[in-house]
Design a protein around this ligand. Structure first.
Ligand code: 5BU
Length: 251
């Protein structure tokens, strides 16, 4: 298996500004850890983002699960992102025709384009939605962590073809492993715990060594194993250290 290149080297191999920024943050903070803060409480989201911020390269949000929303919430999150140098990834999973997606991205209550550094989309509708999502760094969902996912085989290959053909917008993939041969593309993998397993609704978990060393992905996305830990800050610090060591080993 060929070795991966260091992130700083890879920053020079992409023209995508958000990808360059993320590679540099990862190298500076020695963090390839993204945390999914899946809470319904905006106060808790901000509190955890502030507390865990120093350990992370990315905070992943689901803004539509918050039990109330005001623009101040994302404004504060942006302040925290600048304070701790992490990127904000709104896991909206866009999946419609370009015209609709454009409204969902720029308009509505959330105005995602105003505050999200990273967003993601399914490739099911075809490349029309990619052009509509220009602005933030776009990750295409090539594979999913859930049991019985249909995103496999030729579908996955076509997503990577589509993404690699639109490098001005697409900066990487959500996947279970490294898929693109382009070192400028960044792979994010959810479904991470210290031990393999499942939750009761089809989420499948693998270990970070399996994901980063064996499957050569770049960034792990950890949710409940950090946010629901007895001491989330300590757990995030541990994940950061172990994920970074795994990355160094993979290089
Ligand atoms: P968990 O608590 O570590 O299971 O959270 C995983 C997060 O990643 C959660 O926010 C999901 O919505 C998200 N996710 C995922 O689990 N699997 C996928 O394939 C994709 C996103 Br795409």
């Amino acid at each position: 298996m060929p070795k991966s290149l260091p992130f700083l080297k890879r920053a020079s191999l992409t023209r995508h500004l958000v990808a360059q920024k993320l590679f540099k943050i990862m190298e500076d903070k020695q963090s390839n850890l993204a945390v999914a803060i899946d809470t319904t409480s905006p106060e808790q989201l901000l509190e955890l983002a502030d507390k865990l911020g120093p350990e992370l390269c990315v905070v992943k949000t689901h803004v539509d699960i918050l039990d109330h929303f005001t623009p101040d919430i994302v404004k504060t999150l942006r302040t925290l992102a600048d304070k701790h140098r992490f990127l904000i990834f709104e896991d909206r999973k866009f999946a419609d025709i370009g015209h609709t997606v454009s409204h969902q991205f720029r308009g509505g209550i959330y105005q995602i384009s105003e505050w999200a550094d990273l967003i993601n989309a399914h490739g099911v509708p075809g490349p029309g939605l990619i052009a509509a999502l220009k602005g933030s760094g776009l990750l295409l969902i090539a594979e999913m962590s859930s049991q019985g996912t249909l995103a496999t085989g030729s579908y996955t290959r076509k997503i990577v073809e589509m993404g690699d053909a639109h490098k001005d917008c697409v900066m990487g993939y959500i996947s279970l492993r490294k898929l693109s041969k382009d070192p400028g593309m960044i792979h994010f993998t959810p479904g991470v715990k210290w031990e393999e397993g499942q939750d009761s609704l089809g989420q499948r978990y693998r270990t970070l060594d399996e994901i980063l060393i064996k499957n050569k992905s770049d960034v792990i996305i950890v949710g409940r194993d950090i946010t629901h830990a007895a001491d989330p800050k300590h757990q995030a610090a541990l994940y950061r250290e172990k994920a970074w060591n795994a990355h160094v080993k993979a290089c």
